[in-house]
Design a protein. Sequence first.
Lengths: 123, 917
Amino acid sequence: MNKAKKILLADDEPNILLSLDFLMRKNGFEVFIARNGTEAMEIIRKEKLDAAVLDIMMPDIDGYQICSFIKSKSTYSHCKVLFLSAKSKESDIEKGFEAGADAYMTKPFSTRSLLLKVQELLA
Amino acid sequence: MINSWVLILISVAYWILLFVVGYLAEKHAVKGKGLSNNPYIYSLSLAVYCTAWTFFGSVGKVRTGGFDFLAVYLGPTLFMPIGWLVLRKIIRICKAQRITTIADFISSRYGKNVSLASVVTVFIFLGIIPYISLQLKAISESFDILTQTGVTVEPLHNKGIALLQDTAFMMAVGMALFAVLFGTRRIETTERHEGMVAAIAFESIVKLLAFFAVGLFVCYYVFNGMDDIFTQALDVEALRNLFVVPQEHGYANWFWISFLSAMAVFFLPRQFQVAVVENVDEKHLSKAAWLFPLYLLLINIFVLPIAFGGQLLFPSSGADSDYFVLDIPLLYNQNALALLVFIGGYAAATGMIIVESIALSTMFSNHLVIPLLLANKTLSEKFRDNLSNIIIQSRRLGIVFILTAAYFYYHLLSSSYSLVSIGLISFVSVAQLMPAMIGGIFWKKGNKLGALSGLVAGFCIWFYTLVLPSLSGSWLPLESFIHHGPFGIEWLKPNALFGLQGFSPIVHSMLWSLLVNMGLYVGLSLFTKQSVADANQAELFVDVTKYASVMESASIWKGTANIPDIRSLLANFLGSDRTNQALNSFAQRNQLVLDENKADPKLVYYAERVLSGIIGSASARIMVASTVKEEEVKIDELLDILKESQQMMRLNKELKRKTDELEKARFDLMEVNQQLLEQDALKDDFLTTVTHELRTPITSIRAFSEILHDNEDIDNESRQQYLQIIIKETERISRLITQVLDLEKYDSGKQKLQAEWVSLQTLIQQVLQSVEQLLRDRNIEVQLHIDASVPNVWVDEDKMQQVLVNLLSNAIKYTENELIIRLYVKNTSTSEAYWTIEVEDNGVGIEKEYEELVFEKFYQAKDQNIRKPKGSGLGLAISRRIVELHEGTLTLAPKEGKGARFCLCVPLENKSELPTN
């Protein structure tokens, strides 16, 4: 068996984090939880992540900034970034990809699609 | 000696040559581009300035005046480079106003006054006659010199008048013929005389070549170059003095003669004719500004060598030094060269006479004959249908008259006057035109009375100080008059008026005449009133550049005229074909209809200008006035026009004000629109926020539902937890929807209050009870400062309860451990009394910049990436609306220390305003 993939889940809504945590663990990921941007940045620096599922609207550092950070540093840039946001306007999505995201999904999301997307990104 | 018949034959041959040149030039002009449309031809034609006076007289002048002769050329040379600007303005004015003579110019400037034109014409006639007689004298004397022995003899003109043997008479007749043939074939003088100009230019070349030939001959054949001549001359005592300018007044004379010549080069009728009337393109002027002075330089180069050479060759004989140019070749038996010189002098004289007589005869017909004809009713009736013929005949008559007068003057003048001094007499007369001309184009105030008085006075002084003495002779003994003054009054001596002595007679006369002339012109113009016509023309002249383009429409004119009358008037002069042509093209240009009987003022004005080109502006004015029932434009009518324009200005101001108002309204509308757009954007923001707020719980609900659905093996505890979340999130959604709908009701004004008398003390207790659990959970200490005397108030109990619950739960959410509630009444027993409830906590508080924003729905809307509401973000917004319905205020009050203090104030006297059901 391959070593478990490391995934970061960052969102300020506890209930959503809870559901994502369950979903990812169930599917064999090593999960890291961040309740805000600051926590997310700490984890990114510390762990060699394979993927990150980021909310955009967080109280301190927003998801765009985190994504840009990941993609601008060669140390982290292999990490796949998937935005999971309630922001569903065309311009918001564009902005996400401009920040370097690999995928963008809007809330409410389908757990199955999300899982497929993450697995596809890591394949 | 040369046979006189040979000389006559040569003269006639030269005439024929001139004709051929003129004829070819005219033919060329008809075909297309005229020869005279050329700056070189134009400059050469200006050299008509150099007459027999220059050709013969300059050399002669050296004997008495040394370098004096140069002043006459220095003036134009110095003045030309600046003067061409003045000339350009004159040209523009003449083109715009169709002016053809200098007399016309002056009369036109001062209100198209007939008498002024006539006066100027008469004076110019008198002034120019000596000048023309000078030419006759020069030609006849040179003729006599050639036909006599090689050495100069006494001129023949004192032999008595045997006309047919008198060369001067023969010359005069020949000239008259030539001028008549050349100059009076067409009546419209604004049309250029292409042939004449070409002939004049040709003559300028001939005289220059002839003078050069004799100059070279003297310098290099007779002597050994110029050095030789000057060296020899310096050895002779009498000649040496000529190199020096005389001490007393020498320079002053020089200066004034230069000044005089500069005036002459502008105002001599022939110069006006070639420089202004015959000018095709004002651009030619800039070239002429240096070409003409160059010509003057060239023709003067050999004057001194010839003069000194001549005096070295004929030291003691009383030889007339005016004719050294002929005497020297004859002395060396160079008959061919002498002939060439004769032709050169002949060219110089004929050129002057032709142009001068054309210019003068036009003035004669336009300003003397026609006005006389028009003034006399019987005469004008008689010649009415034959006017163009009259004009031509009178011009021919004018030429004959001028030459006859010149001939007699020539006879009256004793040989004591040299060529140069005769010419200068004319210069002084012409200089009298200067104040009226220069003032007329640069000074709007110059008026008719000033111009007329100045001219008359100037001419009188000129006549008295220069002409009268020159006439003195055997038939008119004026000796004592000249030397002792009239009746022995010394200070009235013609050559020393008021005791002014030391200047040459010419300068003396010029100074006095011009001083009085200018004084009267300026003085009277300043102190007398200008007529309307005068002022109108002054405006058009001085600001010619401004009006040149609108000249056709610019006329202050009142009256009625019939088109057939105008037509027949013009046809008298132009013939019916050309009249139709002119009228039609004018009508087309100005979009007028010619079929109507009534003539447009513009058309009348145009007809007047066309006539001006033929008979001068003053006569044209009279002719047109005779056809037209005209009312004079009076001062008060002019004032009316002014008033009208003032009214227009007032209207304009009114319009401007209206425009400003409209502009302001537009601006206001823009502002409203902007507000609407902002509200629209707010609404957008609101919608976005609401949907976002809905998405978050829905996301959780969906995620957990799917998890529960997909994972049947999930443990019971987790299942319970997830289901609990789903229920909570569903409640959150319901609450949100209720609040949004509530808010909508308040915003649209649909929400009504159901007021009743309520005890606030009781209300506060009820609210505290409802949040008791929360207080206990967070271990919060509550301080109550309730004023028991606060009366019952008229409020909607449910709504007020909602407000208090919201304030308290916010406080509980954010406080650290303390909660203070106050109830009191302010301003008791006044009409502005109000009750207040304060809710205070000691939490993080609210930053200054958000103090107002917290009352906005979803106040975190700005910078949404970071801030998210705790709760729906609608509570405070709804609370404030409820309080406002009670006519109260809900604000954040300043607070010492940390935490926030909300302050709810409602007037006690509000019950009448509140709806009761």
